[in-house]
Design a protein around this ligand. Structure first.
Ligand code: FES
Length: 115
C-alpha cells in the first residue's frame, strides 16, 4: 500500500509508504525543501502548507509547540508531518529565489514604462 504526495507549484507527485515524512517524500521527488537542523524540528526552515483534504498522521506535541498556531492556517513542518493517505503540499519559494523574481518583475515593469 502506498500514498501519493504531490508538491505544488511544480505538480510533481511521488508514491511513498504511509508514515513517510513530507521531507523524505520531497527528497524522493527531487523537490528542494530548505533545512538546517537535519529534520529535528529545530530550525523551522522546512515549513510547508498542506492543502485541505490531505491525509496526515496526527501532529505530535513538539511540532504543535513549534508552529504556535500556524497549523490552523495549514502550515506543518515537513520533517515532522507524515503522510497517512494522499497529501497535497504547497512548497514556499526559496527566499533568495523569491527576492530575485521580485527584482526581475520590478525591472520588467520599469522597462515597460520606457516604451
Ligand atoms: S528540518 Fe528543521 S525544523 Fe524541519
Amino acid at each position: 500500500m502506498s500514498t501519493k504526495v504531490t508538491f505544488w507549484p511544480s505538480g510533481v507527485s511521488v508514491e511513498v509508504k504511509p508514515g513517510t515524512s513530507i521531507l523524505s517524500a520531497a527528497r524522493k521527488a527531487g523537490i528542494l525543501i530548505q533545512t538546517r537542523c537535519g529534520g529535528n524540528a529545530a530550525c523551522f526552515m522546512c515549513k510547508v502548507q498542506i492543502r485541505p483534504g490531505s491525509d496526515l498522521l496526527p501532529m505530535a506535541d513538539e511540532e504543535r509547540r513549534k508552529l504556535a498556531g500556524l497549523e490552523q492556517q495549514g502550515f506543518r513542518l515537513a520533517c515532522q508531518a507524515k503522510a497517512r493517505g494522499d497529501v497535497q503540499v504547497d512548497v514556499p519559494l526559496d527566499p533568495l529565489r523569491a527576492a530575485v523574481q521580485k527584482l526581475l518583475a520590478k525591472q520588467a515593469e520599469e522597462n515597460d514604462d520606457l516604451w
